[in-house]
Design a protein around this ligand. Structure first.
Ligand code: ADP
Ligand code: MG
Ligand code: MG
Length: 891
């Protein structure tokens, strides 16, 4: 039997998402539930992939199946494509597996030509409507299929409105539209050198091609990269009979969310336009009405919509984003999908759906994306500050942002690459502006509503956004906007609050975030699910305090070099490095000792008995000395002005030492434990400080659990020697302070050799902490700074690497070393504790990986602790689901 590429909405197999895309699968499912969905069929993603493989050609097999499906559709509707007396009109809609709102193309009203438009006019007894639909079709088809810029058509429309003295398109009469259509066709002829295709079958297949092609348009590619959607999936194409929201005052079109996507409140949320077609609402060209007023405008429709929303939400067990159209008082549902939402809304919806018994806690935990939670830990506008409010619009996406005003997406991108913070201000946005929205801190539009593309895209990315701020009079030519008598120019700084929709002049101070009660509740559910602990990386008591507040169970990485970097200590650290004799060096170290000891005492007190992994000095010493080039300039200047000899000599001395310490490859040079193998006195001082602090704090009745971590071990002999050093210092401290204490000694596994010989190393270690930043550097042979600056972006954009391995752990390569490290280590030392520190410790996929290896904890920056707690719980739940042979559910 032939492979099946085309599925009617009511046919078996038509709700498989992978094959039919999210839109197609849900249209089929809604059809089967019995909802009012205009009938149609879906061409599968497999057909799209076959199309690309064949060099952008639709096979005759697919073509035949489409024609057959079309005949079924014609039979069911009693209309025929191209029939002058009773024409079928269809929409041809893109729809991928993962929803990509507005990124690909759709054509409405297909089947219109000079003959069918007459038929439509007669049939509906509404010629204004028929010609309005025809002109919409010409414009959309020309744009999507023929590649003509919308601008030509929009400009002509604008001229017509002006000439006739109309304010909106709904005022144009049938005769006006006829004239416009003539002009539109001239535009097509002028710019494409061909006349507009009148044959509906030709229109249909050209559009199917174009929709397939739109899978690879620039904005779709960018969107996929941002959301890590693979490029090989392809889009399905949905062909569906049209229903008309532009039939008059008892028709309309809109978008509804079953809950508020910004706050999560359980209320019908959305917008609609009377006498309009779908694109009018989502394109942000006319500012629509809030859904609540539909209750007055069309009470029956409103009631039916409310019930449908409830039904869909219960059916899919999640908040839905629904597109609907009303044709002469009758409601049709055109799309449903899981609604994109802010982090705040995601949490509230999850918590309330558990309370409403729509789902259990475990499902609720899986519904929230850990990556999104970062949004809630961003700064807020300081409410104590005196604010000069400029204007207010619709609060389309929460969060606060400050930046310079720009009016163009390309410019926003350029400036942000230069490190500038910008806010994009546009009359409206189109999906072509997505790169500008990405590059900006926030987006403001003067037209368009909460469901416009700008708002949907911004919410998905957690960027603040204000829409429909109509008091902003934007002048793109003079690059400025006015609010009454105030003028804000290009480059001026403004601050916005996307939570309230307010815009302020100038820069406003921000304050630290706090966890909401619902957030805390959700995280407490998360902690109940998992045994894997989440620790934080913290080098001082402020960060340690934050870590505890956010629910960390300990510190997984306390970097001691940050204590050396403090400006008041740098002179002492430098004199330690510059000392010529052992006496001089010991003297400097003696000065550092009480300072380090004080640091540890405060951290130990803050942590109140929670474990702390302290890593001894790691960077090469020259990092604490001035830059060589700066020194050279200083020395030259001193020489030129014949400065005081001793001053010159001092500088020259430092320069000499800097040269001496210079390495051709510092990342692989004298650092980590190698430094201590050559200069043990540095670690001796640090360990002494740690143990003295331990004893002192314990004497105050506070528990202390220090875990001493030796960095950059690659051979067990290094650890053997360091272990001895630490044990000796411990004995000494116990003697001197008369205080008993426990401690552990472990190592970072951050070189391939350490991972490969982990069994030997584990015999000398109480714990392993995988330092996956350095392990990634040494496994790939990349230096991170050079890689990120010079070639990694190119690699990711061109699919040489699927992701930046410094952001998401490279499981295939680096992961193998981690896996072997854990296994070998555990075999040699069954009580070995294992964890991961470094950026990967806060990233959800890496967390899942660590969980699957059976690690005891992950450690990440304090601000990522909440999302890591959720990710750890999800890893646990998914793992159990897998064991129970259920398909893991993700998003
Ligand atoms: P997108 O993925 O960009 O949202 P859609 O394929 O959903 O594109 O189409 C955009 C809009 O076109 C929809 O919101 C809907 O209002 C309108 N539309 C699509 N198909 C039909 C149809 N068969 N009848 C009436 N309107 C339609
Ligand atoms: Mg849609
Ligand atoms: Mg390291």
């Amino acid at each position: 039997m032939d492979k099946k590429f085309v599925f009617m909405f009511d046919q078996a197999g038509s709700s498989e998402k992978e094959l039919l895309g999210g839109k197609g699968a849900n249209l089929a499912e809604m059809t089967r539930i019995g909802l009012p969905v205009p009938y149609g069929f879906t061409i599968s993603t497999a057909a799209c992939n076959a199309y690309f493989e064949a060099g952008q050609v639709i096979s005759s097999q697919v073509e035949m199946q489409v024609i057959e499906a079309l005949q079924t559709l014609e039979a069911k509707t009693g209309k025929r494509l191209g029939d002058p007396t009773n024409p079928l009109l269809v929409s041809v809609r893109s729809g991928a597996v993962h929803s990509m709102p507005g990124m690909m193309d759709t054509v409405l009203n297909l089947g219109m030509n000079d003959e069918t438009v007459e038929g439509m006019a007669e049939l509906t007894n509404n010629s204004r409507f028929a010609y309005d639909s025809y002109r919409r079709f010409i414009q959309m088809f020309s744009n999507v299929v023929l590649g003509l810029d919308n601008y030509y058509f929009e400009r002509h429309l604008e001229d017509t409105r002006e000439e006739k003295g109309y304010h909106s398109d709904t005022e144009l009469t049938a005769e006006d539209w006829k004239q416009v259509i003539k002009e539109f066709k001239t535009i097509v002829l002028t710019y494409t050198k061909k006349s507009f295709p009148e044959d509906p079958r030709e229109q249909l297949f050209l559009t199917i091609n174009a929709v397939f092609d739109s899978w690879n348009n620039q904005r779709a590619v960018l969107y996929r990269r941002l959301h890590h959607i693979p490029g090989h999936l392809g889009t399905a194409v949905n062909i569906q009979s049209m229903v008309f929201g532009n039939m008059g005052e008892d028709s309309g079109t809109g978008v509804a969310f079953t809950r508020n996507p910004s706050t999560g409140e359980s209320e019908l949320y959305g917008e609609y336009l009377i006498n309009a077609q779908g694109e009018d609402v989502v394109a942000g060209i006319r500012t629509p009405q809030p859904i609540a007023s539909l209750e007055q405008d069309m009470p029956d429709v409103y009631q039916q919509l409310l019930e449908t929303c409830q039904l869909l939400e219960n059916h899919y067990q999640d908040m839905q984003d629904i597109e609907f159209t009303v044709e002469s008082g009758k409601l049709f549902i055109l799309q449903t999908r899981t609604g994109k939402r802010t982090a705040q809304a995601a949490i509230r919806i999850a918590v309330e759906m558990v309370r409403e018994n729509i789902m259990d806690k475990r499902h609720a935990l899986l519904r929230v994306d850990p990556d999104q939670l970062d949004q809630l830990l961003h700064h807020r506008i300081d409410p104590e500050h005196n604010l000069t409010k400029l204007a207010a619009g619709l609060p389309a996406s929460p969060g606060a942002a400050t930046g310079q005003v720009v009016f163009d997406a390309d410019e926003a991108e350029v400036l942000s690459k230069d490190g500038k913070k910008v806010i994009l201000v546009r009359p409206e946005t189109t999906p072509e502006d997505i790169h500008g929205i990405v590059a900006s801190q926030a987006t403001i539009t003067s037209r368009g509503g909460m469901t416009s593309h700008a708002a949907v895209v911004a919410r998905g990315m957690g960027k603040a956004c204000i829409c429909g701020c109509e008091s902003l009079k934007i002048n793109l030519d003079s690059k400025q906007f006015n609010v009454e008598s105030t003028t804000v120019k290009h480059g001026d700084t403004i601050t916005i609050d996307g939570t309230t929709g307010e815009i302020f002049l100038g820069e406003i101070p921000m304050i630290e975030p706090e966890l909401s009660d619902e957030f805390k509740l959700l995280l407490s559910w998360a902690d109940e699910e998992t045994k894997m602990g989440v620790r934080a990386n913290a080098d001082n008591s402020v960060d340690a305090q934050k870590a505890l507040e956010f629910g960390a169970v300990g510190i997984g990485l306390c970097r001691t070099e940050h204590m050396f970097m403090d400006s008041s200590r740098i002179p002492t650290v430098q004199s330690m490095i510059l000392s010529e004799t052992m006496e001089e060096r010991k003297e400097a170290l003696d000065k550092l000792l009480p300072m380090q000891q004080q640091d540890f005492e405060t951290i130990f007190e803050t942590m109140q008995g929670h474990p702390i992994t302290i890593r001894l000095l790691d960077p090469p010493l020259h990092e604490f000395l001035p830059d060589k080039e700066d020194l050279l300039i200083e020395v030259t200047k001193l020489q030129m002005k014949n400065a005081d000899a001793s001053e010159l000599q001092e500088k020259q001395n430092i320069l000499r030492k800097v040269r001496l310490l210079e390495e051709s490859n510092p990342m692989l040079g004298l650092r980590g434990c190698r430094l201590a193998m050559i200069h043990p006195e540095i670690y001796e001082m640090q360990v002494k400080a740690i143990f003295n602090a331990t004893a002192n704090v314990m004497k105050r009745g506070i528990k202390v659990k220090p875990e001493i971590m030796i960095p950059l071990v690659s051979h067990v002999n290094e650890l053997k020697e360091m272990r001895q050093l630490v044990n000796q210092m411990a004995e000494q401290a116990k003697d001197e302070t008369g205080q008993e204490f426990d401690y552990q000694i472990g190592t970072m596994i951050e070189t391939p050799r350490a991972a490969l010989t982990a069994d030997q190393i584990a015999e000398k270690a109480d714990f392993f902490s995988f330092g996956t930043n350095d392990l990634t550097q040494t496994t790939f042979g990349y230096s991170r700074d050079d890689a990120e600056g010079k070639f990694l972006q190119h690699y990711v954009e061109n699919n040489v690497l699927p992701r930046n391995p410094f952001v998401s752990l490279d499981q295939e390569g680096v992961g193998k070393l981690v896996e072997s490290g854990v296994e070998l280590g555990r075999k040699a030392n069954p009580v070995l504790k294992t964890g991961i520190c470094g950026e990967h410790g806060g990233e959800k996929e890496s967390i899942q990986f660590c969980f699957d290896l059976g690690m005891d904890y992950v450690s990440c920056s304090p601000f990522r602790v909440p999302s890591a707690r959720l990710a750890a719980a999800q890893a646990t739940i998914r793992n159990e689901q897998r064991k129970a042979m259920k398909v893991p559910q993700y998003n």
